[in-house]
Design a protein around this ligand. Structure first.
Ligand SMILES: [Zn+2]
Length: 150
């Protein structure tokens, strides 16, 4: 894939009337919107010429989850069917969110399910945070993501 040479996105990012921003820390271009521009859609390719944009440095700021440990926890959580069972296996979560707010449009447009609770575990490993979601329909889901190095 060719690299963007038209510099359109770079120019737009310098125009204060266009909601495209460049973050030099992460070396990323994004479309910013929502309250306080808190929502971002990141660009990997230029929408004018189709060329690849600079490679993000975001990964440098987060740990890489330990795959062996991730697989161990996946196996432990494979057949859980209650929040009590998750807490029995993993212990008390470091953070718990009850009934997190989900916009109606997010449910309709993106198929995001209504959560009952979310448990975040930070102390299982220095390499990841495990986030477990319990949905109103009684199902569970979980994801592992890198921990901030800062
Ligand atoms: Zn371009």
């Amino acid at each position: 894939m060719n690299i963007c040479e038209c510099k359109s996105i770079e120019q737009y990012s310098k125009d204060p009337d266009i909601p495209i921003n460049y973050d030099s820390k992460f070396n990323e271009y994004s479309l910013e919107f929502g309250p306080d521009n808190g929502c971002k859609v990141f660009f990997e390719y230029c929408f004018s010429c189709g060329g690849r944009l600079p490679t993000s440095k975001r990964g440098d700021f987060f740990t890489t989850p330990d795959n062996d440990l991730v697989n161990q926890y996946k196996e432990m959580l494979r057949s859980v069917n209650s929040a009590e069972e998750i807490i029995r296996i993993l212990g008390t979560p470091d953070f718990q969110y009850n009934n997190p707010t989900i916009r109606e449009i997010d449910k309709d447009l993106y198929g995001i399910k209504e959560q009952k609770r979310q448990f975040d575990y930070k102390q299982l490993s220095e390499t990841f945070i495990l986030s477990v979601s319990e949905y109103v329909d009684g199902t569970f889901d979980y994801c592992f993501f890198g921990n901030s190095k800062e």
